[in-house]
Design a protein around this ligand. Sequence first.
Ligand code: IMP
Length: 201
Amino acid sequence: MDIVLATRNEKKVKEIKRIIEEGGVSVTKIFTLNDFPGCPDVQEDGKTFEENAVKKAVSVSQYTGMTALADDSGLEVDVLNGAPGVLSARYAGDSADDMANLKKLLREMEHVPYEKRRARFACCIAMAYKDTVKTFFGYVEGSIGREPQGKSGFGYDPVFYPEGYDRTFAQMSNEKKNALSHRGKALREFQKYLNEKGLNL
Ligand code: IMP
C-alpha cells in the first residue's frame, strides 16, 4: 500500500523515509505533501505534540484517501519550563528559520550553568487511515550546548548533545542520529505495531 507523509519539510522526509526503509516495512511508494500541492495546511495549534500529529494525519488522510503518517516534534528545555515545546518551529516568530530559533534559545540560556541545561527532544507519530488513528512516541534526553557545533541535521541539532555523547546531533552521521533520536524511536514503535498486527502498508 502507498503512504503519504504529512510534511513538506524535505529533511524530515529524508529521515523518515530512511527509517521506514531500514525497518523492512514494505511500503510500495512514499508520497509527501509536495505531491499534493492542493492539500490544505493544518494549523498546528494543539497544546501537545500528540494533538498536532493527530490533526495533521487525519486531515491529510481525508484529503488524499491514503494512509497518512504525521509527526509532530520539538525540544523541551527544563529550565525554560518545557519551552520551546510545541512552538519549536516558531520560537522566534511565525516566519522564523532554524537559525533564528536556535539563536533565541542560546540567548535565553546564556546564563544557565552546565548542570541546568537538561533538555529532551520529543516526537509523536500519528497514523491515520479512514476512522483509525494510532499514535507512537519517542524521546531522547540530552543537554543544550553554548554554541552551535556541526553541520548535518536541522533545527536545534547543532546545540543538542544526546546523553552520554560529547557530540551534537549535527556532528553525527544520519545513521547515528536515527539510532538515538526521538523520531527514530517513535518510528520504530510504529514498525513494531505493523509487524505485530501483520500489517504491511
Ligand atoms: P514540527 O515540524 O512542527 O514537528 O516542528 C518541529 C520543530 O522542532 C523543528 O522545526 C525543529 O525546530 C525542532 N525539531 C524537531 N525534531 C528535531 C530534530 O530531530 N532535530 C532538531 N530540531 C528538531
